[in-house]
Design a protein around this ligand. Sequence first.
Ligand code: FMN
Length: 327
Amino acid sequence: MTGASLQPFTLRNETVSIPLLSAPMAGISHSAYRRLLAHFGGYGALYTEMIPTGTIHAENLQRSPLTKRREEEGPVIYQLVVTGKTPVEKAVARIAELSPFALDLNLGCPAPIIARKGGGRALFNDVDRCRRVLESIRSVWSGPLIVKCRLGHERDGWEERFLERLSLFAACDVDALCVHPRFFHEKLKRRARHRLYPWIRQHWDRTLIANGDLTDLSALSLLDPGKCDGLMIGRAAVVKPWIFRVLRGETAIADFLEVWDLFYSYTLDDFPPERAIGRIKEFTAHYAGNFFYGHELFRTVQSAPDLTTLRERAHVFLSSAPQTMRT
Ligand SMILES: Cc1cc2nc3c(=O)[nH]c(=O)nc-3n(C[C@H](O)[C@H](O)[C@H](O)COP(=O)(O)O)c2cc1C
């Protein structure tokens, strides 16, 4: 299969013209990062970071890096993670003010801190509460609704429990399902189980999106008939923000220093310096994956005490014609 056969898919009343999405990533997929992806294009839609329902009321929607969006980003899917006691309808109504392209409910986050607040894996585990949350969302949101989940807990009977969730999602009028086929306890370890998609497809006749360890052209085989409708790319797009063009069969020539500088300046446009530094370090930790000696870039940037030092150190490394990894 080649990029030429990438087909659009629909989400209720909306069309995703290219079946390639960027993943929600807390700490990374803010507007500055999406602006960088937009610089290269090639995707159908981008995700925000997960947005906690419990604190959304306190955000300035147009200014907060968590919620702000630029025209050039194109379709943006806002992901909600349930936290605390705020009625979900209230949080959804607030996000709806931003006219999101679609909403996504996070049912896959394995982090204990999110589970303790009732979201992510805790919500996936509690079928009745999950139903109530989905019904609450649907009571105030008639646009495209996606659920992103994992396989659940790796215990006997996980398959039945997973299929029970699929029935629930369909009954609650969810339009699309994104499955990251790992169990909760695995976090990002072991390999994503792509072999499960044909089985999931048999039980889910709406839009199905694959995610997890999709890094190169071989991912396109997951769009074959009987498998998935779309691909969601997380970490590999932080390493190569031009990856969507590569997946479409285009050549994307990137100047590594120029791209890093773009991210640096975009981040400073949106975040105060004391918050920008952490975001830039996080991005650079992934971006270092482009280089054979990327651990040096990682190490030197992580230990930088301030933005000026950080930028100087990144420049020293990136302008030294570092040996790149073969892709
Ligand atoms: C730093 C980081 C933050 C993440 N934050 C979220 C999040 O906010 N919501 C979510 O559903 N998944 C989150 N994930 C999971 C990713 O969306 C994705 O499912 C996972 O990284 C596997 O895809 P990949 O192999 O393409 O990276 C995060 C992953 C990473 C690495």
